[in-house]
Design a protein around this ligand. Structure first.
Ligand code: CP
Length: 324
């Protein structure tokens, strides 16, 4: 059984195959009828124990575009609130005959536990676990970077060798940062993390990236700058940085954006806190890919679902077959 638990589990060839397959899925999305019959008769459960807007909706859109039967499960309003465990919840879903579980959970390691416990037989896709990993986010981010920095057609079969990516903000609590550092390193990019010392994890020196405390000197050397939200919900109130001080040193405003090379893009996984890590001027500028990332999330998640569940044929062939 194949799962997607961590971006660190992907080889360069795995990742490039997913990105190439996502481009094929994007071609399907450009057609008047956006649906493929690929997962007809397969059931996918979206098991969300934590809040989500983008990930939950884009997985659902991806599943429906592949013609899967979709079951949406939110912990709020379920028997989880009465104390039911992950094991019992999972086995309840298994009894209904599911082929894949897309899981978001506040506990780092919950998707790994689900995939390796023997509780269920379904493929497990991590949609974000605690501060650990968010592999499909890093894939859609890499897809967006490849399209913007290499080119939609020129990018096919290519990785991100030599591209300089800066990730700014609350690295300590960010599964997006961890997944991106892993995947971007695998794809040959050079990653620099910029954060206040209090928002960097112990051991970051062992990650395959550089660390800087100076955003202004890093911006001119960046092909993409990814801004992250300060995750107050995962912090003790005593450690909240003040908004004004944080924005002054680590926020991206129009003046700072002007220091980036002309071709460079601003990325944000969302949700954005305008006025904190990013100004409205930057968020709404043509250089900001936040909305494009959401659209790319559907293509990328279709590719992941296809490759995990869709059979033995290469998706590229399959998507073309459907087109004729
Ligand atoms: N980027 C992201 O994971 O957003 P959501 O929390 O809205 O899913």
């Amino acid at each position: 059984k194949r799962h997607l638990i961590s971006a660190a589990d992907l080889t360069r060839d795995d990742a490039v195959l997913i990105l190439d397959t996502a481009e094929e899925m994007a071609r399907v999305a450009d057609r008047p009828i956006k649906k493929l019959p690929t997962l007809r008769g397969r059931t996918v459960v979206n098991l969300f124990f934590e809040d989500s807007t983008r990930t939950r909706i884009s997985f659902e859109a991806a599943e429906k575009r592949l013609s899967a039967d979709v079951i949406n499960f939110a912990a709020k309003g379920s028997s989880v609130s009465k104390g039911e465990s992950l094991k019992d919840t999972a086995q309840t879903l298994e009894a209904m005959g599911v082929d894949a579980v897309v899981i978001r959970h506040g506990a780092s390691g919950a998707p790994y536990r689900l995939a390796t416990s023997g509780w269920i037989d379904a493929a497990v896709i991590n949609a974000g676990d605690g501060t650990h990993q968010h592999p499909t986010q890093s894939l859609l981010d890499a897809f967006t970077m490849r399209r913007r920095l290499v080119g939609r057609d020129a990018g096919i079969g290519q990785d991100l060798s030599g591209k300089r990516i800066t990730i700014v903000g609350d690295i300590l609590h960010s599964r997006v940062a961890r997944s991106n550092v892993d995947l971007l390193h695998t794809l040959g990019a050079e990653v620099t993390l910029v954060a206040p010392p209090t928002l960097l994890p112990v051991g970051v020196g062992h990650w395959p990236c550089e660390v800087s405390y100076d955003l202004d000197s890093t911006l001119p050397k960046s092909d993409a700058v990814m801004m992250l939200r300060v995750q107050r919900e995962r912090m003790n109130a005593a450690f909240f940085p003040t908004e004004r001080e944080y924005s002054r040193r680590y926020g991206l405003d129009g003046d700072r954006m002007a220091k980036m090379p002309e071709h460079a893009i601003v990325m944000h996984p969302g949700p954005m806190v305008r006025g904190m890590e990013i100004t409205a001027e930057v968020a709404d500028s043509e250089r900001c890919t936040a909305i494009e990332q959401v659209a790319n999330g559907v293509h990328t998640r279709m590719a992941v679902l296809y490759l995990l569940l869709g059979g033995n044929e290469p998706a590229v062939t399959h998507a073309r077959t459907e087109e004729t």
